[in-house]
Design a protein around this ligand. Structure first.
Ligand code: AMP
Length: 403
């Protein structure tokens, strides 16, 4: 079975084509600047050179058509024709309280995703354009939606409710949802397989540290608590997002700086975090480099980032009454040995002991970075959200065909 995984944004669309027989990626790529002039399609077949095309792509339906053209192109393609695409899996940011798992798309599912537009106004409408674009181009191909929030639907009320008037939850579903669920689910099951221990027997803290960042407490194999909240703004300090702050800052700053709601929202989401504190960049590589060259603001940004992450790990260890596994994933978590060392150095009280040599090794494989004597096993686990989307799609489509 060949499965196309799509992550549709408002002006971009990323794709990967999987052969599920051996879970290999046959091709991947992206369409950028949809709806603007000179849209760019970058197509990377597994065994052939990358190609780039610049042309006008006015909407998502045309974008998907271009992707199919690329996949079936005589020179750069990997398929004979589009009938070889057996199913399509979509990444959807927000599934609200409705979607506790991945589902096959039908009219009802589409309506529900639409009802959730308010909760993810930047993402869900774009995903819907992706679903409709696939429907227009591949009308008979089953589609599956995989939600970033679904894994966290197991959180108990003590984790997901905010201590604010209950009417806001009842009327508007104001609560914590959490994100990066597909990644946390994938890496926790990889870690369990790597350790040869069932997930149900492990208390895990999973740190997905990329440009966006979140930390999840996993108990009995289920999300027990997570740092992102109703939106991805809550929790850890991130590349450009503030993470946790006193909510009273919002009206105060709006008043003092005469900012609108949109402006303050944009300030906290796009102009805060590592970028704001370092005054330099949201990219950890640049911040680390500047820190190593003696830049004091970069050092402060790095130290705050580490401190805030360490506090969450400690809080989750307390929340679960223990921790067996600490794992790092995503761009920063997988690549920055400096960050991992700094975080773990302050967690010796939990029984975390890093092995410096293991921590320095660069690899694309799941690996230990803790010492043999460490009470808590510390792992680096490369994430692969697309693969999990492909797996869920495969499983659901097979189940549907067999029923
Ligand atoms: P992601 O959102 O998972 O793609 O992660 C992107 C982030 O990973 C970027 O902001 C980079 O700062 C960070 N990153 C990638 N490689 C490295 C590295 N070698 N050292 C530190 N940070 C890195």
């Amino acid at each position: 079975m060949k499965i196309l995984v799509i992550n549709a944004g408002s002006s971009s669309l990323k794709y990967q084509l999987y052969n599920m027989t051996d879970e290999t990626v046959l091709a991947s790529g992206r369409v950028e600047r949809i709806g603007m002039d000179s849209s760019i399609v970058t197509h990377e077949p597994a065994d052939k050179p990358e190609v780039r095309h610049v042309s006008e792509i006015l909407d998502h339906t045309t974008a998907v058509k271009r992707v199919i053209d690329m996949l079936t192109d005589a020179e750069h393609g990997v398929l004979h024709n589009m009938n070889e695409i057996d199913a399509v899996g979509h990444r959807i940011v927000h599934g609200g309280e409705t979607f506790k798992d991945s589902v096959v798309v039908n009219q009802e599912v589409k309506l529900e995703i639409k009802r959730l537009f308010d909760l993810a106004p930047l993402h869900n409408p774009a995903h819907m354009m992706g679903i409709n674009a696939v429907e227009a181009n591949l009308p008979n191909v089953p589609q599956v939606v995989v939600f970033d929030t679904a894994f966290h639907q197991t959180m108990p009320r003590t984790s997901y409710l905010y201590p604010i008037p209950t009417v806001l939850y009842n009327r508007h579903k104001v609560r914590r949802y959490g994100f990066h669920g597909t990644s946390h689910k994938y890496v926790s099951s990889q870690a369990s397989a790597f350790l040869g221990q069932p997930l149900e027997q492990l208390k895990m803290v999973s740190c997905h540290i990329g440009n966006g960042a979140s930390c999840t407490a996993i108990l009995d194999g289920k999300s027990f608590d997570t740092s992102m909240g109703m939106t991805p703004l809550e929790g850890l300090m991130m590349g450009t997002r503030s993470g946790d702050l006193d909510p009273a800052i919002v009206p105060y700053v709006m008043n003092k700086e005469e900012l609108t709601l949109n402006e303050v929202n944009s300030m906290l989401n796009k102009h805060s975090g590592m970028l704001a504190v370092s005054g330099l960049s949201s990219d950890m590589r640049e911040v680390e480099q500047a820190m190593n060259e003696g830049d004091s603001r970069a050092k402060l940004a790095f130290d705050m980032y580490v401190y805030r992450l360490r506090k969450y790990i400690g809080a989750y260890a307390a929340g679960m009454n223990g921790i067996d596994v600490l794992l790092f994933t995503a761009g920063v978590g997988e690549n920055s040995s400096t960050l991992r060392r700094a975080v773990c150095e302050g967690l010796t009280f939990l029984g975390i002991e890093l092995d410096e040599e293991r921590n320095s090794v660069r690899s694309k494989e799941t690996r230990y970075i803790s010492a043999d004597s460490s009470k808590v096993k510390v792992l680096v686990v490369p994430t692969n959200e697309e693969l999990l989307i492909a797996r869920d799609t495969y499983e659901l489509v097979q189940r549907k065909q067999n029923s």
